[in-house]
Unconditional design. Sequence first.
Lengths: 74, 402, 194
Amino acid sequence: MPRLHVDWTRCDGHGLCADLLPEVLTRDEWGYPVSRRSDGTLDIDRSLREHAERAVDMCPLLALTLVRSSPVGR
Amino acid sequence: MTIATTLAAPPDTRRLFAAPGPSLEEHLRTYGDLPADVDLPDLVERAGLLGRGGAGFPSARKLRTVAARGHGVVVGNAAEGEPASDKDRTLLTVAPHLVIDGLVLTARAVGARRAYLATARPEIARHLRTEVRQRRDRVRIEVVEVEDRFVSGEESALVNALNGRPGVPSDRLTRVWERGVDRRPTLVHNVETLAHVALLARFGADWFRSAGTPEEPGTFLATVGGAVSAPGVFEVPYGASLTGLLNAAGARTDAAQAVLVGGFHGAWVPGAALGSTRMSRTSLAPHGASVGAGVVAVLGRDRCGLVESAGVASYLADQVAGQCGPCVNGLPRMADALSRLADGRRDPRLVDEVHRMRGLVVGRGACAHPDGTARFVASTLRVFADEVALHLGGGCSAASAR
Amino acid sequence: MNLTNALWYLGRGTGLVALVMFTLTMVLGITTRSGRQALGLSRFGVADLHKTASLAGVGLVATHVVTLLFDPYAQLKLVDLVFPFLAAYRPFWLGLGTLAVDLVVLVVASSLLRHQIGPKVFKGLHWLAYALWPVALLHALGTGTDAGTVWFRAVALGCLLAVGAAVGWRTSQSFAERGFPRIPRRRPEKAVTR
């Protein structure tokens, strides 16, 4: 299952991704995107694939990528 | 493949410090010449060498990856940003040519014509340049000084600094072994790892494995400090007992309240568990610790574990690179809550705040700094739970110890 | 009305509406940068409308330029579409229009290719928008045949006030916070002594 990868050196908490993927993302108290899941993972189910791709496209700082396999560490 | 037969391999675990002095002449007299035809990836793999920089990554894997890509660059990492660690500086002072040998052997193995040695200390840089000049290697070695910051030794931060960019980590998606110094595949090894490479190239994989444990073979350098009478850098085999190491540094085990293993990103081993703990992954894992870069810091009974830990957490919060929002915001808040607990603020919500911040920073940064800090803080609250309760009640064990 | 007049009116009309579209684009672009919601739209909605308004503006400018190319009154040659200040009719003011079109191409192309060129190059080129808009406004005021009329001036003034307010907000202290109290990220200083 692909997962959403955040480049934290770019992200500045605009929050468009949280708007587009509310099932997976919300924002922490500083505005940065955070997983809604307790384990903190950002795996993207097939049904959300298109929304995730739009989030990746629309991030103003190009901070998002959709990555294929499971991560080595987060 | 020839193994040096003229000189006896170091028989005991005094391997890295066997030479009487740092000069090239003394080095060659002790260890012999640099071997010529070495199948390094094979040798390193059979030896089971793990990186000595803290992560413990299998060295053969990195080596093979960069060798396969061709025209790479090799970097010896002695940035040693961890304040409690002194092993890299010591190794370079006492046995620089072992490190340089390892650098040259690795460079040959990956087809690199350029290699770097990075340190944060000007006097070490000067010393290294002098020693490099004594040699006649085909590999061009450049000694580079980097900033003395906690994050400077992180692999991608170091590569960025070598590329003339700010010495802060890059996003994990681009790995340095794919694109690093001058956009070439880059192999970054801790200098101690390189020193071990120099030895196992001479004396073989079987000799290397004759010390240590099957899953963590060989010896490593431990920096022992804190409440000890003879602090210093000690070479020990993996699996050595923690109390044995403490005794070597002049510490009485019963005088140790707890021991921090693995440095500021490591974890505490409580005093009661010291006798049964060994310097190995399996023995340290239940405490949330690993050998890491070999830092062992003893907390005496006259100190407060909470106060000391809050100090460490504040230092770590101060040392953020500043790039990643959750880390920049979360670490100071976490350290602040811990400090208030240490100062005697009797608010149990502070504990919840520390845990909440921990949850918010883990995995949400470009490098492992927030994760390591969170690990340290979690260990602090676990091992010093009684101290926390004492502080919430208005007391402190250090005050009553006097 | 004959064809020539129709082209002339269409040319002028699309020009003015394009200016309004780019004004909207500027305001929405700054709002996107602020990371805030506005006008009942989510952050994504703001960004999306910013994109749509700019593309509408591009379409209108393209129509504006093409109709004027075919209008004998304007005396436009193909070269005037790319190289500024070479035109026969009001060369300076028209040249500003050409310059504006050049900048539109750069800003829009870099936006469409942003994932390929990377965030730093993208940001650098996108900032040309701050040059583009005033150039477009001056062109409108200078060459616009209707520039002297009250309604034209009112529209132009409205655009100026809108962008002025947005830029004022952009440069204000509270802008950077995005509505969340937080420690800002910091730009690292260079390292390395060789």
